[in-house]
Design a protein around this ligand. Sequence first.
Ligand code: HXC
Ligand code: NAP
Length: 292
Amino acid sequence: MERHTQGMLPQGALSDKVIFVTGGGTGLGKSMATYFAELGAQVAIMGRREEVLTQTAQALQEQTGQKILPVPGDVRQYEQIEAAIEKTYTELGTVNVLVNNAAGNFISPTERLSHRAFDAVVDIVLKGTYNCSLAFGKRWIADKTAASVLNIVTTYAWTGSPFVVPSACGKGGVLAMTRSLAVEWAKYNLRFNAIAPGPFPTKGAWSRLFPEGLEKLIDPKGQIPLHRFGEHQELANLAAYLVSDYSAYVNGEVITIDGGEWLQDAGQFSNLSRIPNEMWDQLERQVRGKKD
Ligand code: HXC
Ligand code: NAP
């Protein structure tokens, strides 16, 4: 097995953590929840579809031997978050990590979107994240709990991106919130960090961002210098580090894990990677020749 597909932290590294993962029933949220539990954390997973959460919780409980709590709810609804938090405290005790991972997204030319479509995505991504951060933050500050928040953004949070404009607006806001609260709430012993993943195959993302047929026109791996997608375990390793006490001095940071994707076309001469090796002899002769 290659190193990056293996767990990285020592056993028991998260045994003092109770972790609340939004969108933990599927995809990357599920992979992070799995590794957190393998490292000894107790984990609550939140999402709208109760049956998905229950199935995931059962499977993870069997796999890891840890208690996994399914808490159905919509992150857009503040009262539902408060109820989910209450249930988690009752069942698992004091929560000390929040992972804001739930998201909504789909590709579309912006002029085709209704204002409700825009709301649907921004409300899950940005409102969902500030709802959860505020509800937990108020409680942690009142109880003097030391805790940390990990927000899952993406690289177009700072570059922007056409065809996913509501998601870009939402993720940009989440990144601003990460950095703002990292400073404002450090005095309460609360840390805020973010991960910006490149493409990691999940059913939720692939069905909405790379629908069948699109791969014939666009090769998403072609945009990635390392020419591969991410492995869920490598993202789970980074997430586990950032929510663990090993990263106690990391605050207000966003860590990109994308094989170099967002920088691919940023450098002025990136397109020279397309030049075959054989051609460089000729090019060098031409360039050196200019000197004389
Ligand atoms: C245009 C669309 C649309 C589409 C929905 N709408 N899909 N408009 N193109 N493909 C419109 C609807 O017509 C409606 O507007 C409005 O959006 C709300 O739709 P609902 O279905 O009622 O919304 P809701 O049930 O709240 O579902 C939210 C959702 C859905 C975002 C639309 O896709 C969802 O539940 N997603 C959750 C999971 C997810 O998206 N995972 C992928 C994350 S990947 P009208 O006007 O008709 O009422 C990710 C990766 C980032 O974030 C980076 C990748 C590299
Ligand atoms: P996913 O499987 O579709 O995950 C999204 C999760 O969010 C689902 O479990 C969904 O569950 C939950 N969710 C959506 N709306 C919700 C709401 N209103 N309330 C509560 N939960 C809600 O997609 P994923 O690829 O794993 O994405 C996970 C995170 O990674 C997202 O933040 C995404 O932006 C980010 N990301 C992913 C990639 C990638 O390549 N996969 C790249 C960059 C960033 P329900 O539908 O049951 O509510």
